[in-house]
Design a protein around this ligand. Structure first.
Ligand SMILES: *[C@@H]1O[C@H](CO)[C@@H](O)[C@H](O)[C@H]1NC(C)=O
Ligand SMILES: *[C@@H]1O[C@H](CO)[C@@H](O)[C@H](O)[C@H]1NC(C)=O
Length: 185
């Protein structure tokens, strides 16, 4: 490359670069089943991941930024459901203070998890996908909750659904980050 090209490159500001991107990625609409299968192969349960993503009517026509956002929103829905269940269990458990404490711990853990997911959603809106992956809630809160109250099939199932939803959004964010990098070069 001749050195005379450098100023032109430098002149390409971040603003115009990100404008180019918004244009580019918003014109490749629709998440294919191939993409879903690529994303879901990175999770512990391909089938649950695919049915979670396909269960959102926006997926079929989503561009990459929306794909990331909706996957986080699916995790937020599951977290809100679990939070509500553990809050009810806490309020309904009267004869066993230890178990009640465990359920109370679960509601705090899910509070934190929901706050982290809100943060991930903001980062996704800002299109900071690498940070979405790094700053997400992780899997510990869901495990710690279950460990504190003891396994039952119902709690096992909602915990599994939470973990799958977390894995799914994180895998979607990686995919989106990677697609954007691929189209940069
Ligand atoms: C808690 O109790 C209420 C009222 O009895 C009941 O409707 C609800 O299903 C219970 N919640 C759970 C999670 O067991
Ligand atoms: C609840 O959380 C506290 C503090 O995080 C911990 O010390 C305690 O063991 C937990 N209790 C249960 C039943 O999980």
């Amino acid at each position: 490359m001749s050195s005379s090209q450098t100023p032109a490159l430098t002149a390409l500001s971040f603003a115009s670069l990100s404008f180019f991107f918004s244009f580019f990625i918003s014109h490749c609409n629709g998440v294919s089943q191939q993409t879903i299968s690529t994303v879901c192969s990175q999770t512990q349960n391909d089938e649950l991941c695919a049915s979670l993503l396909n269960g959102d009517p926006r997926t079929a026509s989503a561009d990459l930024p929306l794909f990331s956002l909706l996957s986080i929103e699916l995790a937020q829905k599951q977290a809100a459901r679990n939070h509500e269940t553990f809050a009810q269990l806490r309020d309904n458990t009267t004869g066993d203070p230890n178990l009640q404490k465990g359920y109370a711990n679960c509601t705090s853990l899910y509070d934190k998890l929901e706050a982290d997911l809100r943060r991930a959603h903001e980062l996704s809106e800002a299109r900071k996908y690498e940070e979405v992956i790094k700053e997400g809630p992780g899997y510990a809160p869901a495990y710690d909750c279950l460990n504190g109250v003891g396994f039952t099939p119902v709690l096992g199932e909602i915990t599994r659904d939470m973990l799958i939803a977390l894995e799914t959004y994180s895998s979607v964010a990686s995919y989106v980050a990677q697609q954007i990098l691929l189209h940069l070069v």
